[in-house]
Design a binder for this molecule. Structure first.
Ligand SMILES: [Zn+2]
Length: 428
């Protein structure tokens, strides 16, 4: 592990402070020192990287990740990939997230029971490159709910995108199985999804089933997340203490009050890009804007924008990311979410950046040492050619990510040879 000194960088520390010219020293896997100004630190014994005015910021967090989604146009076709290819696919995608500046990802459901756990373990063991990762279960659903994909004449469980249960005891068995496999998060599907023919406002899981899932997860100190578009499903999340709420489009005032009262406990990761792209950019796959409108996506997008703006004003934690890995919203383009937070949800670029970094540390359960450029924090850093506060979309351009460091190691090392004329490395 190299000890590195970044000099001549604009430090965007992730706390909301305006960027400042400074120097950052990495020792092992931690940020050892942050100083304002130039020539504040001695470079002896360190690899010195002259950033030539580039921005040094925390690595981003994707709060709603599905490595196992394979850029297909339906849940059924994602699931049909054989398990061997599927493992390799996840490995390939995990590396892509890291390269694109996402040094942390929260798994939001996996397409086969152990994919997420296996990939997380391989990353942690250093066998494959990838972000810090929290592994999810499959989507647990009820018969006839979202992700129950079997056909009446083909009742084979393997065709299911999710794990299908009926009743609390089946739920208990299912949750215990995923906990045995080693997941960090149990994922429940509490509402529908228009493309599957189930309305977003549909709330099919009973309170008894939800309560059993949460109780089993809590017994082992694990968290629960939920696909929750309908108002009632959002309320179920708050009532039962489901920490991570995905989508949350249709929250009414009562749901918002409930959520605000427990905002220290919950995170919302809406996956807003999914609604935008399904509404307007899925024509190539047969979902023209007109068809999307007929399904209900235009109305949901409108509702979600309104609801999420209210949540932002109430100080509820909203994080970027979500549902990339579908045909019309491909893996690797996830930094678009930050731009959409600004364009659709009324965030300032700085607020969007805080959501992707500081709040990322919080959802990764490391609020005190992940997601900021601060002394003692883990060295997950991006060196960005440009100013994300002035132009949030620079983060979408892989070429502008001059360096990506995770845990003190470069995954993308600054390319001095490429003749950018901006970076210089001196092994002092
Ligand atoms: Zn999702």
């Amino acid at each position: 592990m190299a000890n590195v000194l970044f000099t001549n960088v604009r430090v965007l520390d992730g706390t909301g402070e305006q960027p400042f010219l400074g120097e950052v020293q990495v020792q092992g896997n931690r940020i050892a020192r942050v100083a304002r100004g130039s020539r504040a630190m001695h470079g002896s014994g360190l690899t010195v990287i002259d950033g030539a005015g580039a921005t040094l910021m925390p690595g981003m967090c994707e709060a709603h990740t599905h490595f196992s989604w394979n850029d297909q146009p339906s849940l059924g076709s994602i699931q049909k990939m054989p398990v061997e290819e599927h493992v390799l696919w996840c490995r390939h995608i995990a590396e892509r997230y890291l390269r694109r500046g996402f040094t942390s990802c929260v798994g939001a459901a996996t397409a086969k029971p152990r994919l997420d756990v296996v990939i997380r373990n391989a990353i942690e063991q250093g066998l494959i490159p990838g972000p810090r990762y929290l592994a999810a279960s499959q989507e647990i659903t009820v018969a006839g709910g979202l992700a129950d994909e079997t056909l009446p004449h083909l009742p084979f469980e393997e065709l299911n995108f999710g794990a299908v249960i009926s009743g609390p005891e089946e739920m208990r068995k299912c949750v215990r199985m995923f906990l045995k496999y080693g997941v960090d998060t149990i994922k429940l599907n509490l509402s529908g999804e228009y493309i599957t023919g189930l309305p977003a406002e549909f709330t099919p899981m009973t309170d008894a089933e939800v309560a059993t899932a949460v109780a089993e997860a809590k017994l082992r100190n694990k968290r629960v997340s939920a696909h929750a578009r309908s108002c009632e499903s959002i309320k179920q999340c708050v009532r039962h203490g489901i920490e991570i709420i995905y989508h949350a489009s249709y929250a009414d005032e009562e749901a918002l009050d409930m959520l605000e009262a427990r905002k220290d406990r919950h995170f919302v990761a809406p996956g807003i890009a999914w609604l935008i792209h399904t509404s307007h950019h899925a024509g190539e796959y047969g979902i023209t804007p007109e068809i999307a409108k007929g399904m209900g996506y235009h109305r949901e997008l409108e509702m979600a924008c309104e609801t999420l703006q209210k949540m932002r004003r109430r100080g509820i934690r909203i994080l970027p990311g979500g549902d990339y890995g579908f045909a019309w919203i491909k893996h690797g383009t996830n930094a678009k979410d930050l731009e959409y937070f600004v364009k659709y949800l009324g965030f300032t670029p700085m607020q969007a950046l805080i959501s992707a970094t500081k709040l990322g540390g919080e959802i990764m359960m490391r609020p005190n040492d992940l997601g900021c450029v601060k002394e003692g924090y883990l060295a997950d850093l991006l060196l960005v050619d440009g100013d994300p506060v002035a132009n949030i979309s620079v983060l979408q351009d892989e070429k502008r990510l001059l360096a990506v460091m995770k845990d003190g190691e470069f995954h993308v090392a600054p390319d001095v040879q490429a003749g950018r004329g901006r970076l210089a490395v001196n092994a002092a």
